[in-house]
Design a protein around this ligand. Structure first.
Ligand code: HEC
Ligand code: HEC
Ligand code: HEC
Length: 455
């Protein structure tokens, strides 16, 4: 009897192994001549990625059972917030740079599906053939859509790219935009200019003492001022993305009651038109003369010159191995290993996507009670009205980041050390050591680039 049970058990285990090996190696074959996006989508489906990475995934019947059910519920919640791959595959040919970096990282780290899921669902996890399809697709998409062409060959396929410096501009419009950027007449009482909150000499953001910015009449706004440097590369402007372009963005602060005062653009244009010399300058460059559209266009043209190429990190990616210290190189490795580059991707290490703040742990529940919950904390939801966008924020651009304390949309992190730890705690939830944080901060220090205004 004992022998019989042993034989049955061994047979069962052997059968399971055969099924798993078969499942792993001989998946339902995906025709190699199918469009590569279809192959990628099929690979993700076959590996059960959508079981967890889909906001609308069907919950299995045992989801409310204690232990396994509640654990899976937690995984599904976190996974869909990290990346909703189901909606990503629906438009693979327009995939954003951050989602591409996420797929790449899941392949490189080999951590997906989660180990405990794989223990129950034998045979999931990318096999060699699938990895090769994914890898070559990712390389192609990056080369065609995101690479800046400035990296040395060995770094051409990095999730972070060297920054492009020169954007073609019209120098006369740039000069006019520069003037407008410093013009306090744009504010209702003539006291505030763009440059007061975006200090070009020191990083393009506000002074470090201000958690949020001081505008007209000493009023403070709800969020920390992001830098204007490299803002031209953002997918959208503002923490919540409510402006699609720089010109659209520039139309905002002048009529914001706590920034430049409660007024209309008609008021501003009328005030500026009293300056006849200024009117003539606009007329020389724009057939329609001085209007809201031309003032904001000139400012946007000026902002295109606020790029900061040629940082030590850019020189490193371009092939100069001595441009970084050993600590910074190690920091970049850790930056990728800790999934930072899956959100902070591309030439500006961010600015390419909106992501939840608080994935591994609820950020707002843990925040100091000194900062009351406010409308700005709603993030993208405040702009789209879509509840799924609650607490999604534009990923910060990390170029020149050492120059722009405090950090996060609420300015709650006074130092980079604090900001990096907040990311480890709330975004990735991974274990880390102080030494790892130090190295990542060292690496972030290599991202300060060159611009004539920057001192
Ligand atoms: C059982 C649920 C589950 C399945 C199935 C699953 N994931 Fe995940 N995934 C998670 C969770 C939870 C996280 C959040 C990070 C963590 O807790 O490790 C995550 C994180 C990620 C990340 C963030 C970076 C990383 O690699 O750690 C990526 C990318 C990812 N998953 C891709 C995938 C892909 C691709 C598949 C299919 C091969 C997959 N996941 C299958 C639960 C799952
Ligand atoms: C009172 C301070 C203040 C003034 C004045 C001000 N800004 Fe800002 N700026 C901010 C704050 C705060 C934000 C973030 C607001 C948000 O996201 O809701 C911001 C956001 C921006 C952004 C978006 C950056 C990004 O990463 O999303 C740009 C670009 C910008 N400002 C340019 C300008 C220009 C141009 C002017 C003048 C027309 C101006 N700002 C005037 C404080 C100010
Ligand atoms: C899931 C996406 C995601 C991951 C992963 C992530 N970040 Fe972030 N990061 C963000 C978002 C979103 C913000 C803006 C947060 C806010 O609105 O307050 C941000 C902000 C920051 C800031 C503050 C920048 C500033 O100017 O205020 C730093 C520094 C930073 N991240 C570094 C890191 C590091 C280092 C890692 C890896 C340990 C990391 N991030 C991982 C999404 C992410």
């Amino acid at each position: 009897m004992k022998r019989f049970i042993t034989i049955v058990l061994v047979a069962l285990v052997a059968a399971a192994c055969v099924v798993a090996i078969y499942r792993f190696n001989f998946r339902k074959s995906i025709p190699a001549d199918a469009p590569v996006e279809e192959q990628v989508a099929a690979i993700l489906a076959q590996n059960d990625c959508f079981v967890c990475h889909d906001h609308d995934a069907e919950r299995p019947f045992y989801i409310n059972y204690p232990l396994i059910g509640t654990r899976l519920q937690g995984h599904m919640h976190r996974a869909a917030r990290f990346t909703d791959l189901k909606s990503v595959v629906q438009k693979l040919d327009a995939i954003d740079e951050a989602s591409l970096a996420k797929l790449e990282q899941s392949m490189l780290s080999g951590s997906m599906p989660l180990l405990e899921y794989r223990l129950v669902h034998w045979g999931t996890g990318f096999n060699k053939a699938e990895k090769s399809v994914l890898a070559s697709w990712i390389r192609d998409v990056r080369a065609q859509r995101f690479a800046t062409g400035l990296a040395a060959e060995q770094f051409a396929n990095e999730p972070v790219q060297p920054l492009k410096g020169n954007i073609p501009t019209d120098p006369e419009k740039v000069a006019l935009g520069y003037k407008m950027f410093y013009d306090t007449r744009i504010s209702a009482d003539g006291t505030v200019s763009c440059a007061d909150c975006h200090i070009l000499e020191s990083g393009g953001a506000d002074v470090a003492d201000f958690r949020t910015s001081e505008g007209i009449d000493g009023q403070f706004g709800g969020v920390n001022a992001p830098t204007v440097y490299n803002a031209v590369y953002n997918c959208q402007q503002f923490w919540n993305g409510r402006a699609a372009t720089l010109a659209e963005q520039a139309a905002g602060p002048p009529v914001n009651p706590v920034e430049m005062g409660d007024q209309t653009w008609d008021d501003i244009v009328a005030r500026l038109r009293r300056d006849k010399a200024l009117v003539r300058q606009f007329e020389a460059l724009y057939p329609e003369g001085l209007t809201q559209a031309t003032v904001t266009d000139a400012i946007a043209e000026f902002e295109k010159t606020l790029t900061t190429p040629d940082s030590p990190f850019d020189r490193y990616l371009a092939g100069d191995a001595s441009a970084l210290t050993a600590e910074q190189i190690e920091g970049y490795r850790l930056f990728k290993e800790h999934d930072c580059a899956t959100c902070h991707a591309g030439q500006t290490l961010g600015g390419q996507s909106f992501e939840y703040l608080g994935i591994a742990e609820d950020y707002f529940a843990a925040r100091t009670p000194e900062i009351a919950m406010n409308d700005d904390d709603k993030g993208l939801f405040g702009f789209t009205g879509n509840e799924r966008d609650l607490h999604k924020f534009k990923v910060s651009n990390l170029r020149n980041v050492t120059l722009t304390p405090p950090y996060l949309h609420d300015g709650s992190a006074a130092t980079l050390d604090e900001a990096v730890k907040a990311m480890m705690r709330f975004q990735t939830g991974a274990d880390y050591t102080q030494q790892e944080v130090d190295r990542i901060v060292d690496f972030l220090g290599s991202l300060n680039g060159q611009n004539p205004y920057l001192q």
